[in-house]
Design a protein around this ligand. Structure first.
Ligand code: NAD
Ligand code: LMR
Length: 442
């Protein structure tokens, strides 16, 4: 009988996503039993606000599971089977800067896209590498599921700088879209779909979506997306305005290639003019997150702590957290479930650089992911992917070589930046804003 129970560390314990993950872990005890849950963060005060509420929850719902929150790497990373990494280096204050500087220059300002994503990438690389090193030092057999953004740049950095590490870079955007696809065709959820998908992170396309009997769902999905994008209309009351707009805009992204279904993030690359025209440079996504998700999560934690009970706690499992627990389950029990991950291409997309970090379906088991072959990228996709992948590689070159020129090239090559002078103006402002985080560029 397999009576193993696992020890899980959430790195970035102060993240707004932490309570949702804890709820999923508690609800998944049959599927993925845990014996220990730890939080690690380098901001003790922020983490404590979440940890104090979760300590009450754990005591009430799973007293047999040991729980602790720490800022000490050795305490955090020792005796761990899975690390769930979700750090935001520079926090929301720097995300806000990433969004607002480009917008001042008429360029898309976004967390993972364009100059904002590049700036965030340079901050995230050392933060995530530090976590990998702690894991290798204190729990060398553990796996890290990393979804700290910008996942594409972080993945390229870990491929190059820690090639043998047990880190799997993942993203919940295609997962959220597949849950929407399931709703559109009337199936319970994304795990009822069999799909083919390829691209880079936040930069990919579905080429095939079927149900488990092999029925082709693409015609029904395409007809829906052509009209509504991935917006579920009256099924999503209370959804934030920016997300409704993103889901709707997928209709225009789809129109460019009616043979596939797109990732929503492609709107930033294919319709940057529209995005900038509809942005408010004084109130960006960070402001929306701070006024929305962050306030709600920390408010709910404070309420639980004040009441001294988590009986009526309002946190819920989400597609984000269930995906992470699905991945842990697949690795722990060698299920060979077909799940998306960002991994070295090595032929998975035949006509794309074998060294690109691509996002493709993999069979997940005890040895990690086994990539599935997605064939050739079509010409349109090949062109877009090749350019964007070179941007991501140049960012990691700039990080490794402390090179101003490489970073300027990355920003100039980026599809949403109109010319090299604009790229330089943005870059020079970003260097000043990121002086506490970036390597000094020569
Ligand atoms: P958040 O700011 O609420 O939480 C991040 C936490 O990381 C903070 O508590 C912060 O103190 C901590 N932190 C920062 N640098 C650290 C370091 N070097 N070591 C340890 N802890 C550190 O952020 P959030 O909005 O909850 O997002 C968390 C992360 O998850 C971000 O990187 C975000 O982009 C990412 N994310 C990824 C996906 C995906 O699917 N790939 C989806 C959503 C969010
Ligand atoms: C976030 O949730 O903050 C991001 O990772 C994606 C978004 O909502 O902008």
């Amino acid at each position: 009988m397999d009576d193993r129970k696992f020890s899980v560390l959430i790195a970035g314990g102060g993240s707004t996503y932490t309570p949702g993950i804890v709820m999923t872990l508690l609800e998944s005890q049959k599927q993925f039993p845990i014996r220990k849950l730890k939080f690690y963060d380098n901001d003790a005060a922020r983490q404590k606000k979440i940890a104090d509420a979760i300590a009450i929850l754990m005591k009430e719902r799973a007293p047999e599971v040991e729980f602790l929150a720490t800022t000490d790497p050795e305490t955090a990373f020792s005796d761990v089977d899975f690390v769930m990494a979700q750090i935001r280096v520079g926090k929301y204050a720097m995300r806000s800067v990433d969004e607002k500087i480009p917008l001042k220059h008429g360029v898309v300002g976004q967390e993972t896209t364009g100059p904002g994503g590049i700036a965030y990438g340079l901050r995230s690389i050392p933060g995530v590498i530090e976590l990998v090193d702690y894991m290798e030092q204190y729990s060398p057999n553990a796996w890290m599921l990393n979804y700290s953004n910008p996942a594409a740049i972080v993945a390229e950095a870990t491929r190059r700088l820690r090639p043998n590490s047990r880190i799997i870079n993942i993203c919940d955007m295609p997962i959220a879209i597949m849950d929407r696809m399931a709703k559109i065709v009337g199936l319970p959820g994304r795990n009822d779909l069999v799909f083919r998908y390829y691209g880079l992170n936040h930069f990919g396309w579905w080429t095939d979506v079927r149900d488990k009997t092999g029925r082709d769902l693409m015609p029904q999905l395409k007809a829906y997306v052509a009209k509504n994008g991935y917006w579920l209309q009256d099924q999503e009351p209370g959804k934030e305005a920016s997300w409704i707009s993103t889901y709707k805009k997928a209709a225009d992204v789809y129109a460019l290639d009616p043979t596939t279904l797109p990732n929503t993030y492609l709107k930033y690359y294919l319709y940057p003019k529209y995005v900038v025209e509809h942005a408010d440079p004084n109130y960006t996504r960070t402001d929306e997150v701070e006024a929305g998700r962050e306030k709600t999560v920390f408010g709910e934690c404070a309420r639980v702590v004040a009441n001294g009970t988590a009986k009526d706690i309002q946190f819920q499992a989400s597609n984000h957290s269930t995906y992470i627990v699905d991945l842990c389950t697949a690795i722990a029990y060698d299920t060979k479930q077909r799940l998306l991950a960002i991994i070295p291409n090595e032929g998975a997309v035949a006509n794309i650089d074998p060294e690109a970090m691509v996002e493709v379906p993999c069979l997940f088991g005890a040895n990690g992911p086994e990539r599935l072959s997605m064939g050739n990228a079509a010409t349109f996709q090949k062109g877009l992917i090749t350019e964007q992948n070179c941007v991501e590689k140049l960012v990691v070159d700039a990080y490794e070589q402390h090179s101003y020129i490489k970073l300027w090239e990355a920003m100039s090559l980026c599809k949403i930046v109109p010319d090299a002078q604009v790229a330089k103006d943005i870059l020079d402002e970003m260097i000043v804003a990121n002086k506490d985080f970036w390597p000094e560029l020569k």
